[in-house]
Design a protein around this ligand. Structure first.
Ligand SMILES: [Zn+2]
Length: 168
């Protein structure tokens, strides 16, 4: 078994037989955001499951995406469940709709990934700066030789659609 990787005082362990996430995080360590793409219908999916959620075909290949997208939804964590995040609160968790597959296969179901939203120094983005519709890009937090965490940071691009923020 591989040794756990320490992250914010927590032990992260991706077992050797986790074929879905092991390679995903290895790609991330190479600073590539890779999705599984169905070889039958061509649609990408996240998480990297064995079968296509859209057409159920079992054929897939890794496909790189730009890591650019729009905040589809978000939450502000006020009380962390994990002790390692206690000194981060309040911090945002964002659901990002990736550009490559916007609105497909339907406007309600597309390629979305959940992650922390961070500043360029790796700390949590301020709540006042987070909003639905704002543009983001992926950034990678290296943890070990074989694992990095994909996270997102805000860009200065024009937001998409209506910008919405939790009432403060
Ligand atoms: Zn498919």
């Amino acid at each position: 078994m591989p040794q756990p990787v320490q992250y914010r005082g927590m032990a992260l362990l991706i077992p050797d037989n986790d074929s879905e996430f092991k390679e995903y995080f290895q790609h991330a360590r190479q600073h590539r955001l890779m999705m599984r793409a169905c070889t039958a219908c061509g649609l990408m999916r996240y998480p990297p499951t064995q079968a296509c959620p859209w057409c159920t075909d079992l054929g897939w290949k890794w496909q790189e995406v730009s890591g650019r997208g729009t905040i589809h939804s978000y939450e502000i964590v006020m009380h962390s469940i994990q002790p390692g995040f206690k000194d981060w609160t309040p911090y945002p968790v964002v659901l990002v709709e990736l550009d490559e597959q916007r609105g497909r296969p339907t406007p309600d179901e597309s390629l979305r990934i959940i992650a922390n939203l961070v500043k360029s120094d790796g700390s949590a983005e301020d709540e006042k700066n987070v909003a639905i519709g704002k543009r983001v890009r992926v950034t990678f937090h290296d943890l070990a030789d074989h694992i990095a965490l994909p996270q997102f940071e805000l860009t200065d691009e024009t937001p998409e659609g209506r910008v919405w923020q939790l009432p403060g």
